[in-house]
Design a protein around this ligand. Structure first.
Ligand SMILES: [Fe+2]
Length: 181
C-alpha cells in the first residue's frame, strides 16, 4: 500500500520540476526551501509539513505554465487543503487553506510586507482578491490557525532563492508518515 510520503514524492516527481510561477526556483525547490526556513525557525513538526506541502494543490490541479495565462485565481489552497485534510489533521491542512488569505491579511495590515512581495506575487494578489477589507481581517483573525497560516506565508515568501541547497523530499518521509498515520 502507498504511504502518504509515497504519494507526496510521486506527485513532486511528476510535476515538481516545473517552474514556480514567475520565480527562479522549481515547485519542488520552493517547497523544500520554505520547509527549510520553517525548520530553521524551530516550527512544530505539523507546521514544517504544512509549509512543505502548502502548494501541493498546484501540483494536483493542472494550471497554466505561464502566470500571464491565469485569468482567475486557481484556488490552489483549497485543492491542497482538501487533499491534505484526507490525510492529516487540521494542524497541517488549516494553515495551508489559510495561506493565501494570510497574504491578503498581511498586505492589508503590514505596509512593509507588501513592499517585499515579488512581482509574480503582486500579480496573483489581484487575482486573489487584493488586500483584505476590515471585515475580512476580523474573520481571518477568528480562524484558530491564522497565526500558523501567517508563519507558513512568510516562509513561503522566503523560499524563492535560486541555488539554495536544502535537504531533499525524502528527508521528510518519516515525519509525513507519522503525522498522517
Ligand atoms: Fe508557495
Amino acid at each position: 500500500m502507498m504511504t502518504t510520503s509515497d504519494e507526496v514524492l510521486s506527485i513532486y516527481a511528476r510535476c515538481g520540476s516545473a517552474a514556480y510561477f514567475g520565480e527562479a526556483v522549481s515547485m519542488t525547490e520552493h517547497a523544500l526551501q520554505a520547509a527549510y526556513f520553517a525548520q530553521a525557525a524551530d516550527a512544530s513538526d505539523a507546521l514544517i509539513i504544512a509549509t512543505l506541502l502548502h502548494d501541493i494543490g498546484h501540483l494536483i490541479e493542472a494550471v497554466p505554465d505561464d502566470i500571464a495565462d491565469w485569468h482567475s485565481d486557481a484556488r490552489h489552497e483549497l485543492t491542497g487543503s482538501r487533499w491534505l485534510g484526507r490525510r492529516f489533521g487540521p494542524e497541517v491542512c488549516e494553515p495551508v487553506r489559510l495561506h493565501v488569505p494570510a497574504k491578503r491579511f498581511l498586505c492589508a495590515t503590514d505596509p512593509a510586507y507588501f513592499k517585499r512581495l515579488s512581482a509574480a506575487s503582486v500579480l496573483t494578489l489581484k487575482l486573489q482578491g487584493g488586500p483584505m477589507s476590515s471585515e475580512e481581517i476580523a474573520g481571518f483573525q477568528a480562524e484558530p490557525y491564522h497565526r500558523e497560516a501567517i508563519a507558513v506565508r512568510q516562509w513561503d515568501d522566503q523560499g524563492k532563492i535560486a541555488g539554495l541547497s536544502t535537504p531533499d523530499l525524502s528527508h521528510y518521509r518519516a515525519l509525513i508518515d507519522r503525522l498522517s498515520a
